[in-house]
Design a protein around this ligand. Sequence first.
Ligand SMILES: [Fe+2]
Ligand SMILES: [Fe+2]
Length: 225
Amino acid sequence: MLITLFNAVLIVLITWLAYLYFDLKEKATPAKERYSQLVRGVASVVDRLEGYDKEHSREIAELSERIGVACGLKDEQLQSLNAAAMLHDLGELLLPRDLVKSSKKLEGDELELLRTHTLLGELHLKAQIEELDEVPSLIRWHHERWDGLGYPDNLKGEEIPLAARIIALADAISAMNAHRGYRKRQYAGDADVIAEVKRLSGMQFDPQLVKTWLGIGCPLSGVKK
Ligand SMILES: [Fe+2]
Ligand SMILES: [Fe+2]
């Protein structure tokens, strides 16, 4: 019953996004800006349903964008990066709530089921909005790792698109820095987060991206200090 309800919510959200996206494309309004606002609106609904205490998706999108700008990404690439970062965990809405919000460390079948959120997000977005070019693929690969130990495809190094590598880094930094309902911030201070990111450079994260992040002052969120 719960899954059915969340399925319904997701379908309404995506249909709404698709409708407005195509509607905007036909008009001569600054569609890019309004499109970003729409994606942000959908993402904030996802965050609410996920029970995040702050705007998780927006924070990751803004941090991704800062890193993307420092990497020299062009406007169009930044737009896809932003949309994919905003919607990266959309697939979690299709999974049972008690699984997604579980306070215990998941293992075995439960962990595998949770990991399908990458595929669910990609498939549902692709099915609804064909025009979203690379955004569904970036969502699919936001948990891949530089060393090939990520999921769902065990892509390695530069096989993973740059934007997906950026989202993976921003998502992990945000998770290390976050207070979640069931647990406190994982690391005691900013210095610990920075040390952990450096430690995982070349394993979980693209080492060049870590250098870029260090080069722009190690922001832990998209908000400039
Ligand atoms: Fe995720
Ligand atoms: Fe996330």
